[in-house]
Design a protein around this ligand. Structure first.
Ligand code: PLP
Length: 318
């Protein structure tokens, strides 16, 4: 018997869990890693492709292209499989092997950009590849995650869920990279209640709030080598910059709560801890946990990698 139920219908309605940081201080973690393809980016991928299918911009002959080596690339790969689209994913040598493997399994056509930019990263070179591809091919659709109103809107349901789960929330901590999530969440939440405070969490070595920074982001997820256009659509009250070692340390703390999550969730936890003195007893805090941790077993959760790459003095896992 045939029916119309799709895995895409399982996107969203993720659980929320309370994390205690000390006796009187804690927050609610929105566990976006429990989306079907493993991250909050599932929302953006399905929303954009379903909308563009509906308005006729894309059809079965269209090639979908994006520069992404992380969660958005995986979400697009899986969504394109389900909807029957060809997906071209532009990657660089820094891609994590497991992400590459997952995208390959989901049938993505991976295009490797080997030439680094003048700042030693590949972000601009990957975008240049996409722009060239668009110039030289017809019937190609670029999801353009750095500047896309549909992606911003795709996070309105996430905001709605948070308001339903934590009706009295006062502060939301959001890790940033393309700034699509923070633009969507802040627009929706401030429209409902302008006094809700939005805190952006970025990582040292990102250019988003520090143009002079030498780009050096060790984990996929947080941080960016360019300033995304989505940033101008975000309503941000405060910014916290965390380090890679903050992410490592806090991801290990979260394991004690039964949560195996990605680096940026550790970063959010670190940011909430850093801001403890700014909060009052009555504040109700939500932190966005974008993904789960299995894809980070060879870096974030590998003690040798952490020791060699991040800080040689980092204590080994016990
Ligand atoms: C794990 C993780 N954290 C945070 C982010 C940042 O989200 P955004 O790109 O919407 O700013 C991403 C984006 O891919 C991510 O994969």
């Amino acid at each position: 018997m045939e029916n119309n139920i799709s895995l895409l219908d399982g996107i969203g309605n993720t659980p929320i869990a309370h994390i205690r940081l000390n006796n009187n201080y804690g927050f609610y973690a929105k566990l976006e890693g429990l989306n079907p393809f493993g991250s909050m980016k599932d929302r953006a991928a399905s929303y954009i492709l379903l909308n563009k299918t509906k308005d006729g911009t894309i059809n079965k002959e269209t090639k979908i292209i994006e520069s992404s080596s992380g969660n958005f690339g995986i979400a697009l790969s899986a969504t394109c499989q389900i909807l029957g689209y060809k997906y071209i994913c532009v990657i660089d040598p820094n891609i994590i092997e497991i992400n590459k493997k997952i995208m390959e399994l989901f049938g993505a056509d991976l295009r490797l950009v080997k030439r680094a930019d003048s700042n030693g990263t590949y972000q601009n070179a990957r975008i240049e590849y996409v722009e060239n591809f668009l110039r030289n091919n017809s019937n190609v659709y670029w999801t353009n995650q750095y500047d896309n109103d549909l992606i911003v809107k795709s996070y309105y349901p996430l905001a709605k869920e948070i308001i339903t789960q934590v009706p009295d929330l006062t502060h939301v901590y959001i890790p940033i990279s393309t700034c699509g999530t923070i633009a969507g969440l802040s627009t929706y939440l401030k429209a409902i209640n302008n006094s809700i405070k939005i805190i952006a969490v970025d990582v040292e070595g990102s250019k988003i709030f520090n143009k002079a920074s030498k780009v050096n982001c060790n984990f996929p997820g947080m941080g960016s080598g360019i300033i995304p256009k989505n940033l101008s659509k975000a309503k941000i009250d405060d910014i916290v910059i965390v380090s890679d070692s903050d992410c490592i340390e806090n991801c290990r703390y979260l394991l004690k709560n039964g949560i195996l999550c990605g680096a940026s969730s550790g970063g959010v936890t670190a940011a909430i801890k850093k801001n403890e003195l700014k909060h009052s007893f009555n504040d109700i805090i939500v932190g966005i946990f974008p993904d789960r941790g299995e894809r980070y077993l060879n870096n974030l959760y590998n003690e040798k990698w952490c020791k060699d790459k991040i800080i040689s003095s980092y204590p080994l896992l016990t």
